[in-house]
Structure formats: structure tokens, C-alpha cells
Design a binder for this molecule. Structure first.
Ligand code: BDR
Ligand code: CA
Length: 306
């Protein structure tokens, strides 16, 4: 089992990625760390706890960054995509589970130090917690096994504007720090995630199971797919951004990668853009191709469990 720290900004595709990870015997999720991104950090923590409650899983959740590294608080959250609550308006009241007392940054540092070369970090939100952990304890850079990041758009256009992907533009300075840190990174960007599609018909299959958590996931994913109907008419479903990062942690054979030096633009109209140049000495593997059919099938076989 791979020990995982899973950094999320729970959102709808984050929630699907959580279920996929927790139902995968290859992974041992040690804890979830939360960051602002799709929603404010308090809501990301609440949503992470709510998803765990639905899945009947008691994994610790550590609350993290409420603002960017250098630019203060994020001003606008994508409510049209993830709903008012971040989970497609599915939440009914507060979860009864509570967040842990330790901070996300301290949890990351302490776990990585206590298990050198063992821990894989999967990060599917802005990279603020990882950047803060590196700043506070730079020695962790040589102690992490791998960091799998859902973020960036290297050879394809962005999804927030023609240049930038949402997780990177949410904190470009944090992304710049992490991607220039020499950490062993696998970058799962829009280059590959936009090739994955969860078709609408699968939500009917989830509803038909009669499983309570399946209704919860179907309702939130239906909301997400409606946003895709306006942004990507004709797709007939939604992309599986964050779940693909989990898929790569389970089986790196889902993707092909190229070693690249990746720079993050931090100023001007292209802020948040990830520019990749082939570099055989780089520590960053950029995912450039995906076996989308095999991955989507694998995800569907696992995401819903009774
Ligand atoms: C990423 O942005 C967020 O909205 C999603 O949860 C995903 O992590 C896709 O660009
Ligand atoms: Ca996310």
C-alpha cells in the first residue's frame, strides 16, 4: 500500500477523487489536508468531512491555507461550477466529524520527516500548503517520494482563460515555488484530464444502485455536468480532473509522461500559465497522453461502494 497525503480543495471532482482513492486497496490515505480553491478553506474542510461521513470513513482532516502565498485571499470562487456549498448544493447541515487540531502544513512536514522516501503527496487544489511546507521545512524536499499534482495546461489552453488552469492560477506564486523546487513531481494537467470524460448516463447507473452515497455523488456530479454543458457543449458529461491524479498514483501506466522544465508565469496577462520545455534532467514528469478508456473504466469500477 502506498502511503498518501491527499491535499484537496473539496469541490465536486475532489469528492469523486476522494471516493476513488479510499476505495483503492493500493493506497493508504494517511490524512487529507485542505486548501482554499473551489471554495474558502473552512468550506473545503467541511466538505471533506462531509464526504468522509457519507463514505463512512474516519480519516483525519487537517485544515490548511486560507489565502495565497503573496496575494491575499482569493476573491471569487467558482460557484457556477461547484455550487454554493462547493458540492453541487447537496449539503444538509454540518457534518458531525471534526477536523484535527494540527495544521495541514505541520501534518505534511511531520509525516514526510517520519517516513523518509515513503510518502506520496497527491495535490488537487492550489499548491499553497505544499509551498508553505517547503518554506517552513525545506529538508522535506529530499524526503518526499513523489508529488502528483492535478494542475497546469502545458500544451493545451487553460480552463480559466486561454493560458491558465484553475489550480495554478489560484496561487501562481505557490505553484512557481513548488515547480521550481526540484521535488519529484508528476504533473497531471488539462493536457490529459480534458481527454477523460464521465458520460451523463453513468449517473443513472449510480442512482439505480439505491446506495445512499451513490445518490449524493450523482446529485453533485449532475450539477458539475450542467456547468460542463455550458462550457463544453456537446461533451455529454464532465472531465475527471482530480480522479485522474488518483488514477496515476494507483497505476502510472494510465499516462505517458515527458520530462520537462516547467515555468509558471507569475506576472501579466498570462499569469498562471505553465510553460514546459523538454529537459531530460528535470524532476518534473508532465503527463502528455492518457489511456482514457481504461482509466474511466477503472474509476467507475471503484468510485461507488455500498
Ligand atoms: C481543477 O480545478 C478545480 O476546479 C477542480 O477541482 C480541479 O482540481 C481543474 O482545473
Ligand atoms: Ca480540486
Amino acid at each position: 500500500m502506498k502511503p498518501i497525503i491527499f491535499d484537496v480543495d473539496t469541490g465536486i471532482d475532489d469528492a469523486l477523487a476522494m471516493a476513488y482513492a479510499l476505495h483503492s486497496p493500493e493506497l493508504e490515505v494517511l490524512g487529507f489536508t485542505t486548501c482554499f480553491g473551489n471554495v474558502a478553506v473552512e468550506d473545503a474542510t467541511r466538505n471533506t468531512l462531509a464526504v468522509l461521513e457519507q463514505l463512512n470513513q474516519h480519516i483525519p482532516v487537517y485544515s490548511g491555507a486560507n489565502q495565497t502565498l503573496k496575494r491575499g485571499e482569493k476573491k471569487k470562487y467558482p460557484k457556477h461550477v461547484h455550487g454554493e456549498d462547493g458540492l453541487g448544493n447537496t449539503l444538509k447541515g454540518q457534518p458531525s466529524l471534526q477536523a484535527a487540531h494540527e495544521s495541514a502544513v505541520d501534518f505534511i512536514i511531520n509525516q514526510v520527516k517520519s517516513r523518509p522516501q515513503e510518502i506520496t503527496v497527491i495535490a488537487v487544489g492550489p499548491l499553497t500548503n505544499i509551498a508553505l511546507a517547503i518554506k517552513k521545512s525545506p529538508e522535506i524536499m529530499s524526503l518526499v517520494k513523489e508529488v502528483i499534482i492535478m494542475g497546469g495546461a502545458v500544451k493545451v489552453p487553460g480552463n480559466v482563460n486561454p493560458f491558465a488552469e484553475a489550480n495554478i492560477i489560484s496561487d501562481p506564486d505557490a505553484a512557481d515555488l513548488v515547480l521550481s523546487s526540484k521535488l519529484p513531481v508528476t504533473l497531471v494537467g488539462l493536457d490529459v484530464t480534458m481527454q477523460t470524460c464521465l458520460p451523463k448516463s453513468k449517473l443513472d447507473d449510480w442512482r439505480a444502485t439505491g446506495i445512499e452515497s451513490a445518490q449524493f455523488f450523482a446529485k453533485m456530479t449532475d450539477h458539475y455536468m450542467k456547468a460542463y454543458d455550458s462550457s463544453h457543449p456537446g461533451l455529454g458529461g464532465c472531465a475527471l480532473h482530480d480522479p485522474l491524479a488518483v488514477g496515476v498514483a494507483i497505476d502510472s501506466g494510465f499516462v505517458s509522461t515527458e520530462l520537462m522544465d516547467v515555468k509558471v508565469v507569475t506576472e501579466g496577462e498570462e499569469t498562471g500559465r505553465t510553460i514546459g520545455e523538454p529537459d531530460r534532467k528535470s524532476s518534473i514528469r508532465v503527463c502528455t497522453e492518457v489511456d482514457a478508456d481504461r482509466f474511466v473504466k477503472h474509476f467507475l469500477d471503484r468510485v461507488i461502494r455500498s
